[in-house]
Design a protein around this ligand. Structure first.
Ligand code: KG4
Ligand code: ZN
Length: 340
C-alpha cells in the first residue's frame, strides 16, 4: 500500500511517499526555521502563510522524487493535531482535496503517534524495532512525556513535563547563549568539546517516585548565570552547553530507567526532535546496558518533524480499517489516547 503522508503542524512543510508503512520512497521537508529565527520562536501566522506558499511544491517534489503521479497512491495520511491550528489546516485541506478528487481513503494522524511510528521507517528486520509492550520517551519541541506503548495504537502516559518541553528548554537556552533558533542541534554540537561538570546546575525533580519532568528550573538557572557572567564564548560556551545538556539528559534518562523498571519492559524507544541529541542517545544506551533494556532510536532525519512518520502511522490505522471522513478538522489540542 502506497501512502502519501502530509505534515504541517509547526514550522516544517513536509510530504512523503511510504510503501507498506515502512519503505520510504520519498521524503521532502521544507523548513521555515529561517523565517522564524529572528523572532526566537515560531510565529503562528507566518507559519500558516508559509505552509500555504510551500505545500504544492513540496507535494510535487515528493511525487517526483518517488517517480510517481497521484494515480499511484492508495491512501492519504495527514497530521490532524496537535499543533498550531492555522498551520495544521493547510495539510489537512490539501489531504482532503486529494482524497476527494482521487476517491482515496483518508486518515487523520496524531502528530505524536507519527513520532512514535518513525522507528518503523526503513526498518531492516523485525529485530530492528522495539517489541510491545515497550516504553517510549517522546521528546520534541512541544512535548516531553514517557509513554507505555501497550501495542501500536494503544498508549498510556506514565509521566510528562510540568512546564517546558525538553526541546523548548534547549531552544530557550540556545537563545540565551546567542546560538539562534532552533538551537538544540547547535548545543549538541558545541557540547562535544565542553566539560559537563563545569557548571553545577540543579537536578530537576530528582524524586524516584516521580515520572514527571520539569525543565524551567534549569532554564532559569541558566538565565541567572548568563546575567551574572555574560554570554560565554569559546571554551566557556562549550562548557555551558555541555553542562546544560548534561542536566537535561540526566533527568530524561533517570526517569526513563524508573519507568522501564515499573513497567517491566525490555525495550525503549526515544522519539521526537530531541531524540536526535547524540548525548541522550549515548547515555540512554549506556543505561540500557547497565539495566538490561534495549534502546531503539530512529535515524536523526526521522526524529525531527517529517511526513514519512505520518504515513507510517496512517498505514497502521488504515490496516485496522480506520478511515477519516471529509469533515476531518485540525485540532490544536488532541490527547494521544483518543488518536483514532
Ligand atoms: O519533533 P520536532 O521536530 O518538532 C516538534 O514536534 O516539536 O522537535 C524540534 C525540537 C527543537 O526544539 C530542536 O531544538 C530539538 O527538537 N532538536 C534537538 C536536536 N535536534 C533537534 N535538541 C537537542 N539536540 C539535538 N541534536
Ligand atoms: Zn514533532
Amino acid at each position: 500500500m502506497r501512502i502519501l503522508g502530509l505534515e504541517s503542524s509547526c514550522d516544517e512543510t513536509a510530504a512523503a511517499l511510504v510503501e507498506d508503512g515502512t519503505r520510504v520512497l520519498s521524503d521532502i521537508i521544507s523548513s521555515q526555521a529561517k523565517v522564524h529565527e529572528r523572532f526566537g520562536g515560531v510565529v503562528p501566522e507566518l507559519a500558516s502563510r508559509h505552509h500555504i506558499v510551500n505545500i504544492m511544491s513540496v507535494l510535487e517534489s515528493a511525487l517526483d522524487s518517488a517517480g510517481v503521479s497521484l494515480d499511484a497512491l492508495d491512501a492519504v495520511a495527514v497530521t490532524r493535531g496537535p499543533g498550531l491550528v492555522g498551520a495544521l489546516l493547510v495539510a489537512v485541506q490539501v489531504g482532503k482535496a486529494i482524497a476527494f478528487a482521487r476517491d482515496l481513503p483518508l486518515i487523520g494522524v496524531h502528530h505524536l503517534e507519527g513520532h512514535l511510528s518513525a522507528i518503523y521507517l526503513n526498518a531492516s528486520s523485525p529485530g530492528a524495532v522495539p517489541g510491545t509492550p515497550h516504553v517510549a520517551l517522546l521528546v520534541s519541541g512541544g512535548h516531553t512525556s514517557l509513554i507505555y506503548v501497550k501495542q501500536r495504537g494503544e498508549y498510556l502516559e506514565l509521566g510528562a513535563t510540568r512546564d517546558d518541553a525538553a526541546g523548548e528548554a534547549f531552544d530557550k537556552v540556545a537563545k540565551l547563549l546567542g546560538l539562534g533558533y532552533p538551537g538544540g542541534a547547535v548545543i549538541d554540537r558545541l557540547a562535544k568539546t565542553g566539560d559537563a561538570r563545569a557548571l553545577r546546575l540543579p537536578r530537576p525533580m530528582p524524586g524516584k517516585a516521580e515520572l514527571n519532568f520539569s525543565f524551567s528550573g534549569i532554564k532559569t538557572w541558566m538565565r541567572n548565570w548568563v546575567s551574572e557572567n555574560g554570554v560565554p564564548t569559546g571554551q566557556a560556551l562549550a562548557d555551558a552547553c555541555a553542562s546544560f545538556q548534561h542536566a537535561v539528559v540526566l533527568s530524561l534518562v533517570s526517569k526513563t530507567r524508573e519507568a522501564v523498571k515499573r513497567a517491566g519492559v525490555t525495550d525503549v524507544q526515544i522519539s521526537g526532535g530531541v531524540a536526535a541529541n547524540s548525548y541522550l542517545r549515548e547515555e540512554m544506551r549506556r543505561a540500557g546496558e547497565e539495566d538490561g533494556f534495549r534502546v531503539f532510536v530512529p535515524p536523526p532525519r526521522y526524529c525531527t518533524d517529517n511526513a514519512a512518520m505520518i504515513a507510517a502511522a496512517g498505514y497502521h490505522r488504515l490496516l485496522k480499517g480506520e478511515r477519516s471522513n471529509l469533515d476531518l478538522n485540525a485540532m490544536a489540542n488532541l490527547p494521544l489516547a483518543s488518536s483514532s
